[in-house]
Design a protein around this ligand. Structure first.
Ligand code: HEC
Ligand code: HEC
Length: 294
């Protein structure tokens, strides 16, 4: 065998081993148990403001029993039944399994979730908020109805194909956001609970986030376009803190028009359930992003 061929084979072997490693490496990590108890009422508010209701429920259907079609360039996703049904929902899940799903994007049997489920934002939810959400979902009426299968084109329908993607782009490290100031609270609501960046951050062709932070995206599910919402862009479009805070409750733009696209559901099923202090905090945080950062 020529020296060159030997090198070639060795190189191929190394690549194959790396690929196999990526495929079979376990996702997620064992984390210390969450010690807080969780409060159903606080959790119900979070289900609303976190957008869980919007994605996981049909408008006329029972809460959390499975959501409407989410059309993306990769195919159609349907958020599953996450009611307390033991057969079709997550009634048998432990808090640790729920934590791994929500903050690490890993199912109880170790499979990666698609990033259509915004765990990349929820990774920064606090332990207490994870526990509140868990208790609120346990308290839902069990709905005995199977989830709808996603309708994805090859190769996106191969769930294991997510592993290299996850390895390259996804991080499950919490941003550990300090919420003691108004700006900190605003950042937590924008980055973790409200997952605003899932729609307002630009992405590359592989669906990974790219800078500038909150710089807008033209490739949203349903063909919508989300404008830049960092302070520099908002100020240029005549927003002030008060307008922004009310916008998150009523959808009114500074020129008196009403917002459209998927932002309608974000407000109607989500941010309008925030109290005024929280809406003010989001407004203050967004307007502080001048010039755009990260
Ligand atoms: C943008 C839409 C969207 C939002 C918002 C969303 N989800 Fe989901 N969720 C999904 C999709 C899609 C899946 C399925 C992912 C997959 O199959 O890989 C999913 C899966 C899940 C699962 C796993 C269920 C299972 O049977 O494996 C849980 C648990 C979950 N979501 C909880 C939540 C909670 C709690 C919230 C709010 C904090 C939330 N989701 C917000 C779209 C969403
Ligand atoms: C599901 C995707 C989605 C999410 C999540 C989302 N947005 Fe939007 N947003 C949009 C779209 C699409 C528009 C443009 C609507 C239109 O064309 O009228 C928009 C518009 C806006 C506008 C109006 C900007 C302008 O000048 O017209 C603001 C402000 C805004 N979003 C803030 C937020 C905040 C804050 C969050 C997080 C709490 C958020 N959005 C989460 C999709 C989203």
């Amino acid at each position: 065998m020529s020296k060159r061929l030997k090198w070639f084979i060795a190189f191929d072997l190394v690549i194959t081993i790396i690929l196999l490693g990526v495929y079979f490496a376990p996702l997620g990590e064992q984390r210390p148990a969450i010690s807080t108890e969780g409060d159903v009422l606080v959790g119900q508010a979070l289900l609303q403001t976190g957008g869980c209701v919007a994605c996981h429920s049909q408008v006329e259907g029972p809460a959390m029993a499975g959501g409407p079609r989410l059309a993306t360039p990769f195919g159609d996703f349907y958020a599953p039944n996450i009611t307390s049904s033991s057969t079709f929902g997550i009634g048998t899940w432990s808090l640790a399994e729920f934590e791994a799903a929500l903050r690490q994007g890993v199912s109880p049997d170790g499979r990666p979730y698609y990033p259509a489920f915004p765990f990349a934002s929820y990774r920064s939810l606090t332990d207490a908020d994870v526990a509140h959400l868990y208790q609120a979902l346990r308290a839902t009426e069990p709905v005995e109805q199977p989830s709808v299968d996603h309708d994805l084109a090859f190769p996106f329908n191969v769930r294991l194909g997510l592993k290299p993607w996850r390895w390259l782009f996804a991080t499950t490290q919490s941003l550990a956001i300090d919420q003691s100031s108004e700006l900190g609270r605003g950042r937590y609501l924008v980055d973790a609970v409200g997952h605003c960046g899932e729609c307002h951050n630009p992405r590359n062709s592989l669906g990974a986030f790219i800078p500038p932070y909150l710089g807008g995206s033209a490739q949203l599910p349903g063909g919508f376009e989300a404008p830049a919402i960092h302070g520099a862009a908002l100020l240029a479009r005549d927003w002030d803190a008060e307008d922004l805070s009310y916008f998150l409750a009523d959808g009114l733009l500074p020129d008196g028009d009403v917002v459209g696209g998927s932002m309608v559901e974000v407000i109607e099923m989500g941010t309008r359930y925030l109290n005024k202090a929280d809406r003010d905090a989001i407004a203050a945080y967004l307007l502080s992003l001048v010039p755009p950062q990260r």
